[in-house]
Design a protein around this ligand. Sequence first.
Ligand code: C2O
Ligand code: CU
Length: 466
Amino acid sequence: MTPMLSRRTFLQASAALGGAFALGAGLAARAGTTPGPQVLTAQLAQAQITVDGVTPVMTYGLGDAPHAALPPVLRMRKGEAYAARLVNRLDEPTTVHWHGLRIANAMDGVPEMTQPYVYPGDHFDYLFTPPDAGTFWYHPHCNTLTQMGHGLTGVIVVENPADPNFDAEIVLNLRDWRLGAGGKYIDPFKPRHAARGGTYGTVRTANWQQEPVYDAPAGGLVRVRIVATDVTRIYTIGVEGAEAKVVALDGNPVEHPFLLDRMDIGPGQRVDLVLRMPDGEGARATLGNFRGSNPWTIASFRAAGPSLKRHHRDVAPLPANPVAEADLSTAKRIPLELTATAEHKATPSICGSLGFTFWALNKVPWPGDTPDPIAPIEELKLGKSYVLEIANRTPHAHPIHLHGLSFRILSSNKRSFLPPPTDTILLLPDEQAEVALVADNPGDWVIHCHIIEHQKTGMTGYFKII
Ligand code: C2O
Ligand code: CU
């Protein structure tokens, strides 16, 4: 006898198949019913990251089933409601932040500020509608150096039915692991590095693999979604053996796609490439990191099958996202200085403290996640335009991420190419940049460096929009 599947069982069964879930949810939506929440279970697992041992990792799985290692790519649709239930099967509190999604403040995942901690065994229901299509990611906002460092970083793809079709899509989640002999974790950071550029991992991976190789149709156009989820590393990416065009940055389409030469991408940032695969079967294109004096391979792509003989001009541009343009004639200007400090002792927090304070925004170091935070950097009026005058007064680069809003880089003393609107700007050493935004999303929105050691040792603040 064949057991009948309820819709819920069907969704959970298809959720177990990962990519198939998007199809299931789509079918349910078309049938006019609301799919149940996607159950996202934070859990412990084992991963083979080095050849000489198995590493205990933290991951997310879909539904109840144990999940192996790499967190799933979550697929959502622009303008369609998405529901997820975070179930915490870790042995410490956690939350989920949806990096780059301009959603309601209560769904933003910042403990104390926007939601309670989710304790082991508890759950929290997220429900929101992503307004923008593109490449985003999700991660905890609690004890992040450990939780993200041990694997809780996953990619979000927000689809737009109006997006052009590609011959293939490859998602690359780039991060390092701080592992020693036998795949065991070593000290998560060194204070002297936290006070400088941050502590680097020892094992470099894409999708939790060292130098993975992906097959893609020869002569085809492949959308490669690259997400830098590492807690420290800034990459300088480049592709060799094929032409790649940059079509979107940090989720937003670039106005005029251009050939990738070298591009910096800091923690939190995303690059969408259209890679034109080589024609010859077996030929390879390589994505590399060219920062520093020893370039290395991040991942490669092997041409498979007869050539599709495609051209970059065969695909239409990506449709723009509805990010409001600031009114510069009325915009209020707000200085935002990134500085080093030695002022404060760190405050202990349920979500972890590194025990040091090295950094500050506008000279005020963030005390950590507390029920009683410091004053906002500034109170913004809902609907008004603002220009942030960001000045990096340090000799280190800082990827500064603002929650809940996108901003446009207006000018900089260090760059000529101005990217489309973004949620994360990689401030170069001594860079001064002006960025503009419309305060169109009410709530308390944190802004912080995405080098997690900097975030957790003072380089965090928030804006209050009312
Ligand atoms: Cu990607 Cu506050 O984080
Ligand atoms: Cu920083």
